[in-house]
Design a protein around this ligand. Sequence first.
Ligand code: SF4
Ligand code: SF4
Length: 422
Amino acid sequence: MVRLTENKHYSEDKPIEELPNPPKVYLPLIQHLGKVCNPLVKIGDSVIFGQKIADIEANVYAPIHASISGKVIAIQNWPHPVLGRAKAIVIESDARVNQPGFSLKSRQEIDKLTAQSLREIILNAGIVGMGGASFPTHIKLNPPKPLETLIVNGAECEPYLTSDARLMVEKTVEISLGIELVARCLGIKNVYIGIEDNKPEAIKAFSKSSGIKVKVLKSDYPQGGEKQLIQNILGKEIPRGKLPFDIGVLVQNVATIYAVYEAAYKGKPLIERVVTVTGSCLSNPKNLLVPIGTPIRNLIEFCSPLKEMPAKIIIGGPMMGIAQYTQDVPIIKSSGGILLMNEKEAKVLDEDPCIRCAACVRGCPVGLMPCQINLASERELWNLTKEYGATDCIECGICNYVCPSNRRLLETIKRAKLESVK
Ligand code: SF4
Ligand code: SF4
């Protein structure tokens, strides 16, 4: 693991603000790992806030809901933050103040929920892993083996991002209720929340919660990776090719748990999320509660004026985020931040030959040899990249960061991962 410059000071003290409804939202039919949804609406239809507008029957999927009230004006290809372009439902706002008809559940109704009924609520709410993975949560909560431990991931180890930290401080009670519900329904006895030591307010807030053990973690990157969290909290290693449930552990990000709370207690689907809008180019970095599908242009304008023109805009953090080619791209369920970098910060240095220093090997948190995978990948030796364990790469970007020769190791490792599933 490595210690990175955190740069969280831009937004860590900024309370969550609600972004006014945008004139239009663009809701991609794929915002999760799994099958693309089919639209349930057509052009000209009126929709209301929270209405299910896309769904599919498949093994792995999550439905999509309208994040504003208005009229469907198009179903078309549109920029997508992960896939480049994808089909999206475009809703034009009717400027109605959102009037959710969501039904609040009583304590007795909550107490009666079973694992199966909770999974149905989560599926119907379209909840996916909001820490970036986008894996449908109802499937993660249906493991083939019993679970003993729940680890709530409040590490937020990526530099600049502060949306999870603000959520933990401002929604402690709600997150605690969500944790308690998941643990009870799945019969989990041991519950931890892992928080880095650079978030003292969040640590203090959760220290008062009963039944949840707070584990204070070093602010090292990538502390929030599932394998690293399990290792640092439980001292257990996940064997190569296995998943956390194989050793009886469930890891859930804090924002996902908050979405579970909103769905179970308030009947509210996943239609909004907290997004950090940050970077040296902005005069007013903020943490914003945003309707899913809002173009990032609206968020950037809300944090303007710009101090300087950004040379690069990333959705996510600087280590694992994805650079965007247009501000038309919308926020999706997994978008936790927008980072605006100036020319100096965004400068891409020339690549030099590998000097065999092994800095990438020492830095890799999962024990890979990035330099070797890189060489094999450049020669398209896919059997060799597989043998070197390319599929275990968690795409943290440390190898790129530490390489003195500026080798694009991660890019070639990502290609090797894709080739291994062909
Ligand atoms: S090989 Fe993968 S896991 Fe290892 S440092 Fe590089 S990006 Fe991270
Ligand atoms: S860090 Fe860069 S230069 Fe050093 S061994 Fe790895 S790839 Fe080669």
